[in-house]
Design a protein around this ligand. Structure first.
Ligand code: EPZ
Length: 427
């Protein structure tokens, strides 16, 4: 296992190329299962989870061909083709390592009439149930059976049938599974209380490029006219709003300024509002968004919620930034039940944070001190990196495989803007 060593205190300054969005890529990849033609995805980020998903698709009979980045894209171009499925089973040893594997469930049952996918189980931030995914497929006529740690979905003899799906809780993944299944269901499907995260709109646009018919893109009510088949497409993955927000926090905490090249303001309204409220200057321009600190950040009161509200995936990184704010901040995590694993690690660096249930009070301190800390999950590990960039002295972040799941070439991007950062193997 690798660790990252950072000697803090440098003001970051320069341009950061924002990669393709992990959470868009992980729902665009399974779209290849919906057609026997080639799907080409551009600007795919080089991430462990993307590679893992490619291997999962290979096991299902999807061919994947990768070519290098082109032009100023950081990402890769991958062409996928599922001429026919070699299997309809997503095995435990793959799914347990990457929860997003559950996103093959809808496409496989829509394409092949049945699917068997290992239950993904929980993770560090919560028990992550998939009941809403299963209810959505049942609304399209699928029969669901749970046995021996697997979920088996079986479509009616003639295939899935359009229906009405009303989500009691906003769920990004369940909305994605429902959309991909409905694209090949017979007749019309209406999804109420659909997630509105930008990655959902990216999925809709890719499905439309493949011949799907979807109304209400970007809203909480999606109407899909199912098709007998979809065709191939050539689609570019949207930029990663959470990566962009994470680097914005790095600029803010180091008193620097970073130009987030490729970031889109419309994906980040609540993140940018939070930065502005913290006294950080936010300047959108043709190529991206310039983020510049103006002294210590101002304390904030923030609550996570589904898009367009403040995203849960930015809570840990904002908390790191606010450990050095002027005043006390109050953060409330409403989406996941255990998303404060970064708190004890930040405390090791001198942060003053009190957690009571879903709420954390962060009292700004004058300085953080470098320490050895442990990454526990993807966004928690980025919050430790953000804190280390401003801490006095050296910080070693252990178990950075968590980071490699969601941040493409992190050390390269940070050292290019002045960070004193290196990766060492734990050997
Ligand atoms: C997606 O996870 C993202 N992952 C998460 O990003 C993100 O934090 C989350 O959406 C919320 O925005 C990917 O896109 C790969 P949900 P997902 O279904 O789809 C409950 C990261 O760091 N729920 O919107 O799993 C669930 O427990 C990752 O990049 C059910 O109760 O999230 C949670 O409380 C972490 N039943 C809430 O809904 C279900 O069937 C939102 O979960 C599904 C979810």
């Amino acid at each position: 296992m690798d660790r990252i060593i950072i000697r803090g205190g440098n003001r970051l300054s320069g341009r950061v190329p924002i990669s393709g969005a992990k959470n868009a890529a992980l729902t665009l990849l399974p779209c290849a299962l919906l057609t026997d033609e080639a799907l080409t995805l551009r600007n795919l980020p080089r991430l462990a989870d993307v590679d893992g998903f490619g291997h999962l698709l290979n096991g299902l009979g999807v061919s994947t061909a990768v070519e290098g980045a082109r032009g100023n894209d950081f990402g890769r171009v991958m062409t996928l083709r599922a001429e026919q499925l070699a299997s309809t089973v997503a095995p435990y040893d793959i799914v347990r390592k990457m929860r997003a594997s559950i996103l093959v469930l809808g496409p496989i049952v829509a394409r092949a009439g049945e699917a068997t996918v290992s239950l993904p189980g929980g993770c560090a931030i919560g028990n992550r149930p998939i009941d809403l995914h299963l209810k959505a497929l049942e609304a399209l006529g699928a029969e669901i059976e749970l046995a021996a740690g697997y979920v088996r979905a079986k479509a009616p003899r003639g295939g899935l049938v359009g229906g009405r799906i009303v989500f009691p809780v906003v769920s990004v993944g369940a909305t994605e599974n429902a959309l991909m299944a409905a694209a090949l269901a017979k007749g019309e499907t209406v999804i109420e209380n659909a997630a509105r995260e930008p990655e959902i709109a990216d999925l809709c646009r890719c499905l439309v490029a493949m011949g799907a018919e979807i109304d209400g893109i970007g809203t909480e009510r999606l109407t899909i006219q199912g098709k007998d088949r979809l065709h191939g497409a050539d689609y570019r993955v949207m930029p990663d709003r959470i990566e962009a927000g994470s680097y914005a926090c790095a600029a803010a905490i180091t008193g620097g300024s970073l130009d987030l090249i490729g970031a889109r303001t419309e994906d980040m309204t609540a993140i940018l509002a939070g930065l502005t409220d913290a006294g950080i200057s936010v300047t959108p321009h043709a190529e991206g968004i310039l983020i510049a600190a103006n002294g210590r950040p101002t304390a904030l009161t923030l609550s996570t919620a589904p898009f367009p509200a403040f995203p849960t995936d930015m809570q840990a990184q904002f908390m790191a930034m606010l450990t050095l704010a002027d005043g006390a901040s109050v953060l409330t995590e409403t989406i996941f039940e255990n998303r404060y694993m970064h708190v004890p690690e930040l405390a090791r660096m001198g942060a003053d944070i009190q957690v009571r249930g879903r709420t954390a009070v962060v009292r700004g301190v004058d300085a953080l001190i470098g320490a050895e800390v442990m990454a526990t999950d993807l966004r928690a590990s980025m919050s430790l990196i953000v804190a280390a960039l401003a801490a006095e002295g050296e910080t070693q972040v252990h178990r950075v495989y968590h980071l490699d799941r969601g941040y493409e070439r992190l050390e390269e991007k940070l050292s290019a803007v002045g960070a004193d950062i290196e990766r060492a193997s734990e050997g």
